[in-house]
Design a protein around this ligand. Structure first.
Ligand SMILES: NC(=O)C1=CN([C@@H]2O[C@H](COP(=O)(O)OP(=O)(O)OC[C@H]3O[C@@H](n4cnc5c(N)ncnc54)[C@H](O)[C@@H]3O)[C@@H](O)[C@H]2O)C=CC1
Ligand SMILES: O=C(O)[C@H]1O[C@H](OP(=O)(O)OP(=O)(O)OC[C@H]2O[C@@H](n3ccc(=O)[nH]c3=O)[C@H](O)[C@@H]2O)[C@H](O)[C@@H](O)[C@@H]1O
Length: 664
């Protein structure tokens, strides 16, 4: 129940209901709402990373600042996330890492996926994910170590430095002895959806919301089947007062739909529905979740809506500065997710449209993008021209926006966003046509090599991948062979997908042209043309540096720490730093054993696809020697240095590069 508004309507009570000093039951030295956490140690440290001035600043910037009355803090002990996919798993891992006092369970109807999350073989591959799961899912031992930069590196004998008794001399010499307490597991994966829903105080919905493939609105409207199913389960099983959080990307006003579904089964519903869209990108999911540009929380503008928003905010405040947590109304939160994806995709289509002009005029797309991106009003992100955007979200979210505009009879708006998709489709086909044209209009009898099968680098996700579409187009011209290699995709999964999409006869073992390779050199051998479809670092020429990757983790020593006990984030960066220097996955020796695999675990037997290490590049000179004349490489992602390749005798056709136009 909301307490009467005792605080004033100025910023002594901010939009999340966090009140200033002197409020009963709340500590607000940093301006953060403190819940009754049974384990204040790490959590408080982490949250206190937000300074008072930062907090005050954020209050001034808060939308609706001061509009909220004081309310009783909600104690959160159990969170359930429905949907153990690309979003559910990583989100849960990061929230659980920073909230060790909360029991977090991820549920999914897919038992195979849940078994994978509970095993050594995770269904989602993201840099840093495994490290976090080892802590949250498996628990850790207590560890004592020295917080002195370079101590581990100097000694190179970890065990003597980690054991308190043996390393007393070292401690005395270097000082700053740090003890990190042990952790119990607080992240669980389960198929018992109903039980977990019934016990949670917060339920995150992270189920899939693809585009409908049949019936009314097919190919346009969002398929709400999973959202509807979860809403019904929540209506029937959630306890009173549970906070429901939309993490899935949904059409604007979906919370209203959820509410209606809930009310169908539960007349006296007191469940509050929030919108908290996720903005992470695949390949950098963990970095994006650990350091989000913003956390958007949409709620009803009522006291109970704001109280629910405050409860959710307090979970994020364990590691996200308050100034980055933005509260808005529910519809704004839902719509802003669609708009963010639409605008990112729009930039890609914009630069891709210009790439065609570059090819025809002699301008260079990289030079144009660089020149344009230096204007801070434009910025340099998302200006890499290529084979068009792919992935599970951009297209479906733009389609959802178009459908919304059409429903509102805003046909010009719908047409505007439709054009982003039209250009994307055109660019994908244009690239495949360039390949065929350069090969004299015929692929018959030729071997082609496709490097990159997923929709971008550092992920195995193949949903709406431009590569798949390109392969389909090339197949129509009956090449002798298409060899496929992707450093992240599993060979058997790619074969299985090709079989499903095109037919079993397409595979090499059945006499067909598709040959899925486990290493790049085999794929490129004797090829008439190499076609680069993703920006994997392996594919780059030595002179063409990869853009700084957020995914790679810290190469900077975070010591000395700000607090006597380091935060989980600090420990993680130290672990990453030490792991790379000392060549061990567990430099603190605090991790417990991973769950054992069954004797004949099929996943253990799967071949590891990445044959080159993360930093290793393909040897293009070796490949150049074994290409068929006239040695064609089609660079769909701007990863090659054309002069370097020319020196190897290789012809490169790259998107947005001058098409034989010379200065006169
Ligand atoms: N993939 C990404 O990078 C991002 C995705 N999103 C959004 O997040 C949502 C989820 O996306 P992904 O994680 O990629 O999807 P996903 O397909 O990887 O995972 C969804 C999971 O939900 C499960 N599920 C569906 N209905 C269920 C039910 N009734 N009960 C229990 N489990 C159920 C499925 O079995 C599946 O494992 C989508 O709305 C997507 O647009 C948002 C930001 C980033
Ligand atoms: O809602 C989602 O699912 C997510 O969609 C995208 O993330 P993601 O699809 O994982 O990957 P991006 O890095 O955005 O790339 C999307 C596509 O655009 C392409 N792209 C991206 C950037 C660029 O400059 N050029 C370009 O062609 C990529 O190769 C890829 O095919 C957004 O970046 C995330 O913020 C969002 O949360």
């Amino acid at each position: 129940m909301d307490l009467p508004s005792s605080s004033s309507t100025d910023c002594s009570s901010d939009v999340l209901g966090n009140v200033g000093n002197g409020s009963p039951g709340l500590s607000c030295t940093s301006g953060n709402l403190r819940l009754n956490s049974p384990s204040p140690d790490l959590r408080t440290q982490e949250a206190n990373g937000t300074s008072l001035s930062e907090c005050d600043h954020s209050r001034q910037n808060s939308i609706n600042c001061g509009a909220i009355p004081y309310f009783q803090p909600v104690e959160i002990t159990k969170i359930c996330c429905v949907g153990a996919g690309y979003v559910g798993g990583p989100t849960a891992a990061v929230i659980a890492l920073h909230n060790p006092h909360i029991k977090f369970t991820v549920v999914d109807g897919d038992e195979t996926k849940i078994n994978q999350w509970n095993s050594r073989h995770l269904p989602v591959h993201e840099v840093g994910l495994k490290e976090i799961l080892r802590v949250t899912r498996d628990g850790t031992e207590s560890v004592t170590f020295i917080s002195e930069p370079n101590v581990f590196e100097r000694s190179r004998t970890l065990s003597s430095l980690l054991s308190v008794s043996e390393s007393e001399t070292s401690f005395n010499r270097y000082g700053n002895k740090i003890t990190v307490p042990s952790r119990l597991p607080n992240l669980f994966f389960s198929v018992d959806v109903l039980r977990e829903i019934s016990e949670a105080e917060i339920i995150l919905i992270a189920v899939n919301t693809p585009t409908k493939t049949h019936g009314i609105g097919a190919g346009k409207v969002t398929d709400m089947t999973a959202i509807e199913a979860v809403s019904k389960q929540i209506a029937l099983h959630a306890k009173s007062g549970t906070i429901i959080v939309e993490r899935s990307t949904v059409p604007c006003r979906t919370s209203e739909t959820i509410e209606k579904i809930i009310k169908t089964y539960r007349q006296d519903s007191d469940l509050e529905i929030l919108s908290n869209p996720e903005f992470m990108a695949e390949g950098t999911a963990i970095s994006d979740l650990l350091h989000p540009s913003r956390v958007i929380i949409g709620s009803r503008p009522t006291p109970s809506g704001r109280r629910a928003a405050a409860a959710l905010s307090s979970i994020y405040e364990a590691w996200v500065p308050r100034s980055k947590i933005i509260t808005v109304n529910t519809w704004s939160a839902e719509l802003s997710k669609l708009v963010a994806n639409a605008m990112l995709a729009q930039r890609v289509s914009s630069i891709n449209s210009i790439s065609a002009i570059c090819e025809a005029t002699g301008a260079d797309i990289n030079e144009v993008a660089h020149s344009v991106g230096l204007d801070p009003r434009i910025g340099d992100q998302f200006l890499q021209a290529g084979v068009g955007f792919g992935g599970s979200c951009f297209k479906k979210d733009i389609l959802s926006l178009i459908y919304l505009a059409e429903g509102l009879r805003l046909s010009e708006v719908a047409e505007y966003w439709q054009q982003v998709l039209t250009i994307n489709d055109w660019q994908r086909k244009r690239f495949a046509r360039i390949v065929i044209t350069c090969l004299n209009g015929t692929l018959t009898g030729k071997k082609l090599t496709v490097l990159g099968y997923a929709f971008k680098k550092d992920t195995a996700d193949k949903r709406d991948s431009p590569s798949v579409e390109c392969i389909k187009m090339l197949l129509e011209d009956t090449p002798a062979e298409i060899a496929i290699y992707d450093p992240c995709c599993n060979q058997d999964t790619v074969k299985e997908e090709m079989k499903t999409l095109i037919g079993r006869e397409v595979l090499k073992k059945n006499g067909g042209p598709i040959n899925v390779c486990v290493e790049p050199y085999e794929a490129c051998w004797d090829s008439h043309a190499i076609i680069i479809m993703t920006d994997a670092d392996e594919f780059r020429t030595s002179l063409n540096k990869s853009p700084a990757s957020k995914a790679e983790g810290s190469s900077i020593d975070p010591r000395p720490f700000q607090h006597s006990v380091p935060t989980e984030s600090e420990l993680l960066s130290l672990q990453t730093y030490l792991s790379s220097h000392l060549n061990t996955t567990d430099p603190f020796q605090r991790l417990k054993d991973e769950p054992p695999c069954e004797k004949d675990c099929s996943l253990c037997k799967l071949k590891t696809q990445r044959k080159l290490s993360r930093d290793e590049r393909m040897d293009w000179s070796r490949i150049a020697n074994h290409l068929q004349e006239p040695k064609w490489v089609f660079d769909g992602r701007g990863v090659l240095d054309i002069d370097e390749m020319a020196a190897l005798g290789v012809r490169v056709k790259a998107i947005g590069k001058p098409n034989g136009v010379v200065y006169t």
